[in-house]
Design a protein around this ligand. Structure first.
Ligand code: FAD
Length: 476
């Protein structure tokens, strides 16, 4: 199985017995699944690159059930993998061996929404898109949006500290999440489900769980600050001849669009080729080496339209961009967004994917793609670059017709050493999961990683929560 090569040996956890199953069946009444067809999809990640062999999928409906299950698993030394929408890209959401899968899919109730403050409180299994639809009816939006919105869950988003397409405007979940309820490994319920914007009473414990990838506790409920739905949204799709021009356009755009800028994304011509070839999405403008997606959101269509017009005029007359199109209607906005959002999907049709999610100083972002192409020569099928320019986040993706250990050897550690030299991060938003755990030292000091190990030992002394993930196999 693919994961074994990348994983350490199975740790000495107990194996699930008939008595264990009897306990789960009694506690969860029909929601302890052992049917192999049902388990098949929960054992494999979205990229189909990691496969576990769990024989039990548990589907609790509330915090009490999560607590009962974890208390039991901890006492029996049974390992558990928390799972949300299973759209994670680093192999964190599926078991490596026979860990019990604890799914939050049935914990999908909205608990409260305050129409004045815009604070939403919900269970962890709510699907992001459903939350967005709920809020839009009330004139609000979620502060995050990502291509996987139709499947990913808010608990998974928090557990991975997902970034996505709106981070530039609304900031990271470390700022917008106001409170969390978490069940610890031994079943204790940690109630930090505050709905306050300001609360300096001691350590902000919820922050520990944001981005902890299921290794410190199971998030069962989230409260989050939501922005008002903008009255005016525009989307612009532009083409540039060089990456330098793209960066200058970014600078110009920040200056001229100011507070209404809500996204600044890019893709290169190789991404466009894959969108055309695999998804039959036509290029909405003429062919260019680089494309930019700019979104504005504001409260006054005339004001926003005027600002955008001035910006586009300046960008065109100073020859920073060579072609472009603007959308104000929802259907055209969606169509243009899909050019950015569906690149991940187009890549899966191109072959086996090697995915890198890197934070870099913005002016260095594309150099890594160029250097990687030169370094790999014709060993790779495609080498593409896209991502969140506004956040300094590059998605570098490399494909090959099939899994290719020689190609992997050429990519790594080259990509990590390159990133470390620029003091970048080897995981900007996807986390470390199973695949990247041992590369943590390229972006974190050994003191920092050792302290992470101490925190893990306090919160989960038996290490039952998502073993083999996030922390390196051997702590230096
Ligand atoms: P899962 O994949 O189920 O789990 C992810 C991790 O969180 C695992 O380690 C799991 O154990 C843990 N976990 C899940 N739920 C809980 C819980 N309740 N408590 C504790 N731990 C839990 N990511 C971005 O950051 N930005 C993007 O723009 C982006 N775009 C994407 C586009 C596509 C098409 C796809 C497929 C993925 C994309 N991702 C992106 C990655 C992924 O969608 C996010 O990481 C997402 O937040 C994962 O949510 P999930 O519910 O699917 O979690």
């Amino acid at each position: 199985k693919p994961s074994a090569a990348e994983a350490p040996d199975r740790l000495p956890f107990s194996r699930v017995t008939q008595e264990d199953l009897a306990f789960f069946r009694k506690t969860l009444l029909g929601r302890a699944i052992t049917d192999s067809d049902f388990l098949e999809s929960s054992n494999v990640d979205w990229l189909k690159s990691v496969k576990g062999s769990s024989e039990v999928l548990l589907r609790p409906q509330n915090t009490k059930e999560v607590s009962q299950v974890l208390r039991y698993c901890n006492s029996r030394n049974l390992a558990v993998t928390p799972q949300g929408g299973n759209t994670g890209l680093v192999g964190g959401s599926v078991p490596v061996y026979d860990e019990i899968i604890l799914s939050t899919a049935l914990m999908n109730n909205i608990l409260a929404f305050d129409n004045i403050s815009g604070i939403l409180t919900c269970q962890a299994g709510c699907v992001l898109e459903n939350l967005s639809l709920y809020l839009e009816e009330r004139d609000y939006i979620m502060p995050l949006d990502l291509g996987a919105k139709g499947s990913c869950q808010i608990g998974g988003n928090v557990a991975t500290n997902a970034g996505g397409l709106r981070l530039l405007r609304y900031g990271s979940l470390h700022g917008t999440v106001l409170g969390l309820e978490v069940v610890l490994a031994d079943g204790r319920v940690l109630d930090c489900l505050s709905t306050l914007r300001k609360d300096n009473t001691g350590y902000d414990l919820k922050q520990l769980f944001i981005g902890s990838e299921g290794t410190l506790g199971v998030i069962t409920a989230v409260s989050i600050l939501c922005p008002r739905k903008p009255k005016s949204v525009n989307l612009v799709f532009l083409g540039c001849e060089t990456f330098e021009q793209l960066l200058k356009t970014f600078q110009l755009c920040r200056g001229m669009l100011g507070e209404i800028l809500s996204a600044f994304e890019f893709l290169d011509s190789e991404c466009m080729r894959l969108l055309n070839t695999h998804l039959k999405l036509p290029n909405p403008i003429s062919d260019c080496p680089f494309y930019i997606v700019i979104e504005t959101s504001g409260s006054n269509p005339t004001h926003d339209g005027q600002k955008l017009h001035n910006f586009l005029e300046e960008a065109m007359t100073s020859s920073l961009v060579t072609d472009g199109t603007v959308a104000t209607e929802e259907s055209k906005i969606k169509a243009l967004w899909s050019m950015r959002e569906r690149i991940t999907e187009a890549l899966t049709h191109d072959g086996f994917n090697y995915k890198y999610d890197i934070s870099l100083p913005v002016e260095r972002i594309y150099q890594l793609v160029t250097d990687m192409r030169e370094h790999l020569g014709d060993q790779a099928k495609s080498v593409v670059g896209y991502g969140h320019i506004g956040d300094g986040n590059l998605h570098l993706n490399i494909t090959s017709p099939a899994k290719d250990p020689a190609l992997l050897g050429a990519i790594e550690p080259f990509v990590y050493e390159w990133t470390a030299r620029c003091k970048g991060s080897i995981s900007a938003e996807h986390g470390l999961g199973l695949k990247k755990r041992n590369y943590i030292y390229y972006s974190k000091s050994s003191q920092a990683v050792a302290l992470m190990g101490n925190i893990k030992a306090i919160l989960d002394p038996k290490g039952i929560l998502n073993p083999y993930k996030t922390l390196p196999d051997a702590l230096k």
